[in-house]
Design a binder for this molecule. Sequence first.
Ligand code: SF4
Length: 195
Amino acid sequence: MLIGDTGYGTADLLGWLVEEKQITPHIPMFDKSEGKQELFGLSDFTWDPEQDHYLCPAGKSVGRNHRNFKNKRSGITKKNTIIYRASQSDCGPCPLKSQCSPTTPARKIERSIHEAARDLARSLKHTEEYALSRNARKKVEMLFGHLKRIMRFDRLRLRGPNGADDEFLLAATVQNLRKMAKLLGQSNENLLVTT
Ligand code: SF4
């Protein structure tokens, strides 16, 4: 399992973690697939991996472009996505068009080639294990925030992974000593009050 923040929730990184390394991602995603609230988002469409298409809320197919090009094309864009489109003859008279594709002749869906990994990350968000790991992550992030803002540890001075290791060890030691001094100070105050 790998716990990370939204910065690690890109499609490419999730694809690498899940598909290549078989690591369970406890990572929140910056998900633009839901679009505007009043319009249908990706979750309103049903993915059918066998037919390689989506079924829209009106039950129509939203599929890949199967034009016969002279030179066969992969259909994968520079953004590592595949474009799926509904047909204009389905969307034109559709009663749901205003909630689905109000400004274009037909609905278009951009699906990442790593969408299966993204789906896994989405589904994990509702598990008990994810809630636990999110709480653990927040505790660590609070410490990082404290290091950055209060102790002004906003950049590394030493180079390379070993340098980073040493600097973090020192910073964490200082942070713990600071905490310890505060706690000891408090207990001494209590002693003074009770004696
Ligand atoms: S507008 Fe097109 S894609 Fe959207 S629900 Fe209607 S038929 Fe389906």
